[in-house]
Design a protein around this ligand. Structure first.
Ligand SMILES: [Zn+2]
Length: 98
């Protein structure tokens, strides 16, 4: 039986050995923009874009939002554009002191 993955090395050098989190394959997140073609991302729609940012204005990462690479890029660009247009804030006005 040939080893999995060709080439040298063990693939990505990320992560510490011995600390493998078992990935559950049960339910796979699907990009909601891919799932629903009618959903259009618009940088002028600040309210919709707010749902892709955290309370403090950070863009929600792909692993959380579940968007595919293509649509995550669209989200990122739209959010950045909307920020410039002052449709959504760069950051929270009141940052809670932690
Ligand atoms: Zn997608």
């Amino acid at each position: 039986m040939p080893p999995r993955g060709k080439g040298k090395g063990k693939g990505r050098g990320r992560g510490k050995p011995g600390r493998g989190r078992k990935s559950s394959f049960g339910r796979r997140k699907v990009c909601k923009f891919c799932a629903d073609k009618k959903l259009v991302l618009d940088y002028k729609d600040g309210r919709a874009l707010l749902s892709f940012t955290t309370e403090r204005g950070k863009i929600i990462p792909r692993r959380v939002s579940g968007a595919c690479a293509y649509h995550q890029r669209q989200i990122t660009n739209a959010v950045k554009k909307a920020r410039v247009l002052a449709l959504i804030p760069y950051t929270a006005t009141q940052v809670p002191m932690a």
